[in-house]
Design a protein around this ligand. Structure first.
Ligand code: ATP
Ligand code: MG
Length: 550
């Protein structure tokens, strides 16, 4: 038994395993439809399915639910595999496609027809919808419901042979048009679709529906626990009905849990697709997207996503989570792992009037608590850049940065004092003339001067120009709602600053950094000299216990 049966699914598995005599295995599957990129909601399902199997010494299938050739593509198939692997899960040789089972699924359909459990219906899609009834009224039997087995087999064979156009016929389960559960009112099992499929090409012109396919694939793969989101709860009787009426070797069970929702974003491939196709973001991997590809490009590491998913937990309750929780997990992960360098977002020139020579090489650790991350050389010189935000002509009370006449320490370097402010034609501060205290070097400070604070900087002669992409929330509202979600898009969610970074940072092989005092940044894998701000340093979220972040 597992020590930490932390959620209702794991508790249930514990009880089952306790009741079983002899060996038992937990087999799960993650079944994405390849019609878009995975988002962080999928990560919850991935962590659950792979996590449960791992914890109980079982196994997990990565099975593509590819029954709708119109929306699906190989691009998505590849991206999904990349994302699952990136999260750190290994499906081994258990990569499957629902389409691998098309032959078996077809045999199952024939079996249902032979046993009088399915029939070919020639009503149009619209007519089927209209005769389905409502929550308060029963549906109406299809006029084709009592076709003979022979006629059904013949028509189904001709559907498969491509004799009919799309929509001419469907195969329906013969269950109960008066069932209180609409999913049980003779649901469609197969439809005609003359469309090439990314995996099986032109082999089929009839395609099975999700409800028919999923339970059979689960059984064929000996899945024990078919974990899915709550919207499938009403489909469970159909899941069970299909399996009850076929004699397959295994009997998987469906268990539902609540979907993950995240504030300030949307979590549906269909809606995310719209953002991409209408050009509101720069692609599925735009760092503002809640997709795993977007989060990765932004600089979120898989460890943070897994931590986030475990904190979110698995329940049946509505699960709308604050973005601040994700940001908290991201900071917590990067704080310990990302080297700390210096980057200036909005450069202001500082000239050290009393600095002799061209410059010198200082040295600093990449991370004060991680000596294993090593040290880097830090060029210093007579002209520097600091962040504009770190200077004020008229400082507010308790200003801990630079202002006329004040002293500050340059991180890992010297203490300087601002002697003169040079103003440009437009009245803006153009340059600061400062002096440095030669005996104030960090680590061997003999100046006796107490600076107002410590600020970051780069040396003008050595700094590298960098585009810093600063992201805000993609949606203004916490819960961008349904049809209207496009109206809530934040059109100023991206600002691009022309900044400067210290040279060691530009040449480092690392990709994740903390820019001291500014935020966490990730070198963009596609755009040269570009860094994506993963998250700011400020943390407004605390664990609900009120305790310290663990
Ligand atoms: P989407 O609306 O994003 O297209 P979907 O459910 O149609 O979601 P699938 O590819 O069918 O996407 O999902 C694969 C698996 O991931 C399913 O088992 C589904 O239940 C699960 N899943 C999808 N979205 C979420 C979510 N927000 N939270 C938890 N699990 C999810
Ligand atoms: Mg789906």
């Amino acid at each position: 038994m597992l020590e930490s049966a932390t959620d209702f699914i794991r508790q249930q598995i514990d009880r089952e395993l306790a009741a079983v005599v002899g060996p038992s295995a937990v087999v799960t599957r993650f079944p994405p439809e390849p019609n878009g990129y995975l988002h962080i909601g999928h990560a919850k399902s991935i962590c659950l399915n792979f996590g449960v199997a791992e914890e109980y010494g079982g196994r997990t299938y990565l099975r593509f639910d590819d029954t709708n050739p119109l929306a699906e593509s190989l691009e998505y198939v590849k991206a999904i595999q990349q994302d699952v692997a990136w999260l750190g899960f290994d499906w081994g040789d258990r990569l499957t496609f629902a389409s691998d089972y098309f032959e078996r699924l077809h045999q199952c359909a024939v079996k249902l027809i032979e046993n009088g459990n399915a029939y070919v219906c020639s009503l149009s899609q619209e007519e089927i919808r209209q005769t389905r009834g409502t929550l308060t009224e029963p549906g109406v039997d299809s006029p084709h419901r009592n076709r003979s087995v022979r006629d059904n087999l013949d028509l189904f064979a001709r559907m498969k042979a491509g004799e009919f156009p799309d929509g001419a016929h469907v195969l329906r389960a013969r269950i109960d048009m008066a069932s209180p559960n609409l999913n049980m009112r003779d649901p469609v099992l197969y439809r005609i679709r003359h469309a090439a499929h990314h995996n099986v090409g032109d082999a089929w012109v009839i395609y099975p529906t999700y409800d028919f396919t999923h339970c059979i694939c689960d059984a064929l793969e000996n899945v024990t626990h078919s974990l899915c989101t709550l919207e499938f709860e009403d489909h469970r009787p159909l899941y069970d009905w299909v399996l009850d009426n076929l004699s397959l070797n295994a009997r998987p069970r469906q268990i539902e849990f609540s979907r993950l929702g995240l504030e300030h974003t949307v979590m549906s491939k269909r809606l995310l697709q719209r953002l991409v196709s209408e050009g509101l973001v720069e692609g599925w991997d735009d760092p503002r997207m809640p997709t795993l590809a977007g989060l990765r490009r932004r600089g979120v590491r898989p460890q943070a996503i897994r931590d986030f998913c475990s904190r979110v937990g698995v329940t049946k309750q509505d699960n709308q989570v604050a973005m601040e929780l994700l940001e908290f997990c991201v900071r917590r992960d990067l704080e310990e792992t990302a080297p700390k360098g210096m980057g200036v977002v909005n450069p202001l020139r500082v000239r050290l009037a009393n600095y002799p020579g061209d410059g010198e090489a200082l040295e600093a650790p990449w991370h004060p608590r991680r000596p294993d991350l090593g040290r880097r050389s830090l060029p210093f010189g007579p002209v520097l850049h600091i962040d504009r935000e770190d200077f004020a002509v008229m400082p507010p009370p308790k200003w801990k940065r630079l202002s006329p006449g004040a002293h500050v320490r340059l991180r890992y370097a010297y203490i300087i004092r601002c002697d003169e402010v040079v103003t440009g034609a437009n009245g803006e501060v153009a340059e600061l003339i400062c002096s440095y205290l030669p005996n104030s070097k960090s680590g061997s400070d003999a100046s006796g001067v107490k600076p107002a604070g410590v600020i970051h900087w780069v040396a003008a002669h050595a700094a590298k120009p960098a585009k810093l992409r600063l992201y805000e929330r993609l949606f203004k509202e916490r819960s961008p709602s349904g049809a209207d979600f496009m109206a809530s898009v934040n059109h100023s969610s991206l600002a691009i600053a022309s900044g400067l970074v210290e040279p060691a940072l530009a040449t480092s092989r690392e990709a994740h950094f903390q820019f001291e005092r500014v935020g966490y940044f990730h070198r963009d894998p596609k755009l040269p000299n570009t860094y994506n701000r993963t998250v700011t340093l400020r943390d407004s979220w605390r664990p609900p216990s009120g305790g310290q972040p663990s």
